[in-house]
Design a protein around this ligand. Structure first.
Ligand code: GDP
Length: 441
C-alpha cells in the first residue's frame, strides 16, 4: 500500500538524518520534495499545500530542540501531519438507535466493492457478537442479490431480499420488518450503484434513507481511483449527507491520494478500509496506524489484532507481551511465520512488522524467501533461537548456513532484520520517537 510515497518519505528521512537541526534553508529543500511526493501520490493539490505549510510553520516555530536530532523531528512532524490529514483518530460507527440496532446503509458507485464490503462488515459484526441481517436492495446490478445471498450463507448470517422485485424501497421496508422479527442488532443494507452519479440513483438512495433512518450511511469508494474517489465522496456527501467512507482495494498499488485527501476534501472520516477480496480483509480505520505504515514504522497493533484471529488469544497476548518487553527471539519469529501463513496476503502482513524492509524481499518470491528464513531458523538450535546473541559467532552462522542450504550472507541478513526489529521495538517502548508515545497497550 502506498509504496512509492512510502519509499520517497523514507528516503527523505535518510537524507535529513545527517543534519543535526532543521533550519529554514534545509527545510525548504526537504519540503519541496515532500510536496512532490504527495502530488505524485495523487494527493489533492490544496491538501498537499496545506500539509506542507503546516509542517513549515511548526518546524520554524519549534526552533531547535536540543538533544533531538533532525531526523526524529522530521519523522514526528510528518507523522503528526499524516495522522491529521487521515482524520486524526479512529471514528467508529454511530451509536445504535435506542440502544437496539445499527442500521448501516451502504452506498457507492458500481464496482466500488460495496457488495463485497457488505459481506465483510457482516462477518466482522458477527464476530463482535452482533445478530446480523443483510438486506440485498441492489436492484440495478442483476447478479448483486444472488452474490449477497451466497456470501451471507458462507458467513452464516441472515439474509433478506425479494428476488422478483425491483422495488428497492419495498425490499428495505420488508427487510427491516424481518430484522425486527428476528431481533437483529446489526442491519446491513446493500443498495444499488451506477457507473456514474445520476439523479435516479440519488433519488432512490434519498428515499431509502428517509424510510430506513439508518444510523450510518457509509459510502464505499474504490481507493484505486484516486481523486475520482474523492470527488465521488464530496458529491455523495452534498446530496445524501453520509456518515463515513469505506476505502476499498488498498491492497492494489494504490498511490494513496484518495486516503490522504478524502477527509479534508469531503469532511467525512474514513471508517473502514478493505484490503483484499477475502472476507477477512477488512479493518477499522486508524489514522495513526496507517501513518506509521506509510513511514515504514510497521503496525504492530494491527498485526497483533490479525494474529488474534489467526491464533488463540493466549498466544497473541504472549506475543504482544514479548514485543513490549523487547524479548522477541527466533522462536517467536517462527511462530509468527506460522500465523502469517494463516493470515492470507503475505506482502500486506510483512509490512506490519517493524524493521522488516520489503526492499530486501523480491515480493514475487516472498513465499520462497519465507521458506528460506524458516529453513535458517530450523537449522538453529533451540538455544540459539532463544538467545540470538549466540549467533554472533561465525562458526555457528556457518553451520546454520550449511544446514539450511543458504549463504552466510543470508543468515546475516536475517540477523540484521531481527536487530532492526528490536531497535524499533525499543524506540516504541521508550517513547524515544517524539510524538509516537509508548508502545500501545
Ligand atoms: P459493487 O458493484 O460495488 O457491489 O462491487 P463488488 O463488491 O461486486 O466488487 C467489485 C469487484 O472488486 C469484485 O471483483 C471484488 O472481488 C473486488 N473487490 C472488492 N473489494 C476489494 C478489495 O478490497 N480488494 C480487491 N483487490 N478487490 C476487491
Amino acid at each position: 500500500m502506498f509504496d512509492a510515497l512510502s519509499d520517497k518519505l523514507k528516503g527523505l528521512m535518510k537524507k535529513v538524518s545527517g543534519q543535526s537541526t532543521l533550519t529554514e534553508s534545509n527545510m525548504q529543500e526537504v519540503l519541496r520534495e515532500v510536496k512532490l511526493a504527495l502530488l505524485e501520490a495523487d494527493v489533492n493539490y490544496k491538501v498537499t499545500k496545506d500539509f506542507v505549510n503546516r509542517i513549515k510553520e511548526k518546524s520554524l516555530g519549534s526552533k531547535v530542540i536540543m538533544g533531538v536530532n533532525a531526523r526524529q523531528q522530521f519523522i514526528k512532524l510528518i507523522h503528526d501531519e499524516l495522522v491529521e490529514v487521515l482524520g486524526g483518530q479512529n471514528v467508529s460507527l454511530n451509536p445504535k438507535n435506542n440502544n437496539k440496532q445499527n442500521i448501516i446503509m451502504l452506498v457507492g458507485l458500481q464496482g466500488a466493492g460495496k457488495t463485497t464490503f457488505a459481506a465483510k462488515l457482516s462477518k466482522l459484526s458477527k464476530k463482535e457478537k452482533e445478530k446480523v441481517i443483510l438486506i440485498g436492495a441492489d436492484v440495478y446490478r442483476p447478479a448483486a442479490k444472488r452474490q449477497l445471498q451466497v456470501l451471507s450463507e458462507q458467513i452464516g448470517v441472515e439474509f433478506f431480499t425479494i428476488n422478483d422485485s425491483n422495488d428497492a424501497l419495498l425490499i428495505v421496508k420488508k427487510g427491516l420488518e424481518k430484522a425486527s422479527d428476528i431481533e437483529a442488532t446489526t442491519i446491513v443494507i446493500d443498495t444499488a450503484g451506477r457507473l456514474h452519479i445520476d439523479e435516479t440513483l440519488m433519488k432512490e438512495l434519498e428515499d431509502i434513507k428517509a424510510m430506513a433512518s439508518p444510523t450510518d450511511i457509509l459510502l464505499v469508494v474504490d481507493g484505486m481511483t484516486g481523486q475520482d474517489a474523492v470527488n465521488v465522496a464530496k458529491k455523495f456527501n452534498e446530496t445524501l449527507v453520509i456518515d463515513g467512507v469505506v476505502l476499498t482495494k488498498l491492497d492494489g498499488d494504490t498511490r494513496g491520494g484518495a486516503a490522504l485527501s478524502i477527509k479534508e476534501v469531503s469532511g467525512k472520516p474514513i471508517k473502514y478500509i478493505s484490503e483484499g477480496e477475502k472476507l477477512d480483509e477488512i479493518s477499522k480505520f486508524y489514522p495513526d496506524r496507517l501513518a506509521s505504515r506509510i513511514l515504514g514504522m510497521g503496525d504492530v497493533v494491527s498485526l497483533v489484532e490479525r494474529a488474534k484471529d489467526a491464533i488463540d488469544e493466549k498466544e497473541a497476548k504472549l506475543m504482544e507481551e514479548k514485543f513490549r518487553k523487547n524479548q522477541f527471539d527466533f522462536e517467536d519469529f517462527l511462530k509468527q511465520f506460522k500465523m502469517i501463513k494463516r493470515m492470507g496476503s503475505l506482502g500486506g502482513i510483512l509490512k506490519l512488522i517493524p524493521g522488516v524492509n520489503l526492499g530486501d524481499f523480491d515480493m514475487a518470491n516472498a513465499e520462497k524467501e519465507m521458506k528460506k528464513i524458516e529453513a535458517i531458523i530450523y537449522s538453529m538450535t533451540l538455544e540459539e533461537r532463544r538467545n540470538p546473541q549466540l549467533l554472533k559467532v561465525f562458526s555457528r552462522k556457518n553451520r546454520i548456513a550449511k544446514g539450511s542450504g543458504v549463504e552466510v550472507a543470508d543468515v546475516n541478513k536475517l540477523l540484521k532484520q531481527h536487530e532492526n526489529m528490536k531497535k524499533m521495538m525499543k524506540m516504541f517502548n521508550s517513547g524515544n520517537i517524539p510524538g509516537f508515545g509508548k508502545f500501545p497497550r
